[in-house]
Design a protein around this ligand. Sequence first.
Ligand SMILES: [Zn+2]
Ligand SMILES: [Zn+2]
Length: 123
Amino acid sequence: MILNARQKDAVAINHPFQCMAEGCENCYTTARYAAKCHKVGAVDLRDGSLILFSEEAENQARLEDETRWAAIAAEYRYECSCGEAYTTIPHAIGCRKCRDYTAEGYCTTVWDRSTDEVVWKIS
Ligand SMILES: [Zn+2]
Ligand SMILES: [Zn+2]
């Protein structure tokens, strides 16, 4: 397929999937995002192949995203004074951002997000 300058740029910056909707020239990093743009489909500008939008595939992908995010959230459950999330209590206590984002300049309290309980307090 023959690409215009805009499409060549899109490929160059790694956004090779263009929305298939009439008049829409949005380009994306993945076929899924391009297909979702107008819920029509995506064109792979590198070889001209088409990926049609499917509600089913989209729902499936969304479900996988949610599962992945839930897993990440479960892993990063310890929250320091400045609101950053960490996988362990010692990591949360040692948060470097607390230096800049808390009045004290260091972490004073750590919460467990899964229970909303304080799991550590500075003594
Ligand atoms: Zn679009
Ligand atoms: Zn912090």
